[in-house]
Ligand binder design. Structure first.
Ligand SMILES: CC(C)(COP(=O)(O)OP(=O)(O)OC[C@H]1O[C@@H](n2cnc3c(N)ncnc32)[C@H](O)[C@@H]1OP(=O)(O)O)[C@@H](O)C(=O)NCCC(=O)NCCS
Length: 199
């Protein structure tokens, strides 16, 4: 796989750019997509910890500390979504390198939307950007897994053309209340000519 320095350069080549998503009032709102700063990595970690504590998308024991999170995403591509009006970071997404496709460049996206910004299409926007940027960055495919209780994420995933369910695990993670949930697994072939993929 590409080295980290090369990855940083490639991420910088595809950003920054702006895109639109509807506001709570339904008006188009502009967002800046850029690479994550060091401080934003910490903010993203805090958002993930808060989500994990509420059983939202991340397991209670997902990371023991920030250094473990940083190590996990170190060789991936890290992006932020910034509200152009006030400069606030409203969401983050990471194209980590999938651990399940050894030697093949397959992206494993992490998406997190700030809790006061959810339900207005930002999660879907992040997923669409993950697919688009993963293809631009040369990934051959995308592996996505999500807890079976993550209704919003499942809706987002199922709306992506070509992202097919390829499996599920009965024991995916543990919630704060000790409840165990399953994981649903999806894959999308990103190669320009994917006719050889049998699904
Ligand atoms: C999952 C997450 C990224 C979704 O982001 P979001 O901005 O709230 O999602 P969107 O507004 O794009 O909504 C996507 C769809 O889910 C639906 N939805 C949103 N929140 C929902 C909820 N709590 N329950 C059920 N459906 C929900 C929306 O109505 C929309 O469906 P539609 O396309 O049929 O209208 C966000 O909730 C989050 O950051 N959660 C914590 C972290 C996480 O779970 N990350 C993913 C790990 S795999």
């Amino acid at each position: 796989m590409l080295d980290k320095v090369e990855n940083r350069k490639r991420a910088a080549n595809v950003t920054p750019f702006t895109t639109t998503c509807k506001s709570r009032q339904g008006e188009p709102q502009t967002f800046l997509i850029d690479v994550m700063t060091d401080e934003q990595i910490s903010q993203t970690y805090d958002m993930i910890c808060a989500a994990a504590q509420r059983g939202q998308g991340f397991g209670v024991d997902e990371y023991s500390d920030e250094s473990e999170f940083r190590a996990d995403i170190d060789d991936g591509y890290r992006f932020v979504v910034i509200d152009k009006d006030d400069g606030e970071m409203v969401a983050a997404f990471i194209l980590a390198i999938s651990k399940y496709s050894r030697g093949c460049p397959v992206a494993d996206p992490f998406i997190i939307v700030k809790d006061n910004q959810r339900g207005r299409g930002l999660g879907k926007l992040c997923m669409d950007l993950c697919v688009d940027l993963a293809a631009k960055l040369g990934f051959m495919g995308m592996y996505v897994d999500t807890f079976s209780n993550n209704t919003a994420m499942l809706k987002i995933i199922k709306a992506v053309p070509g992202l097919q369910q390829v499996g599920c695990l009965p024991m995916g993670g543990v919630m704060t209340n000790g409840e165990m949930v399953g994981t649903v697994i999806f894959y999308k072939d990103l190669r320009p000519d994917n006719s050889s993929y049998k699904g």
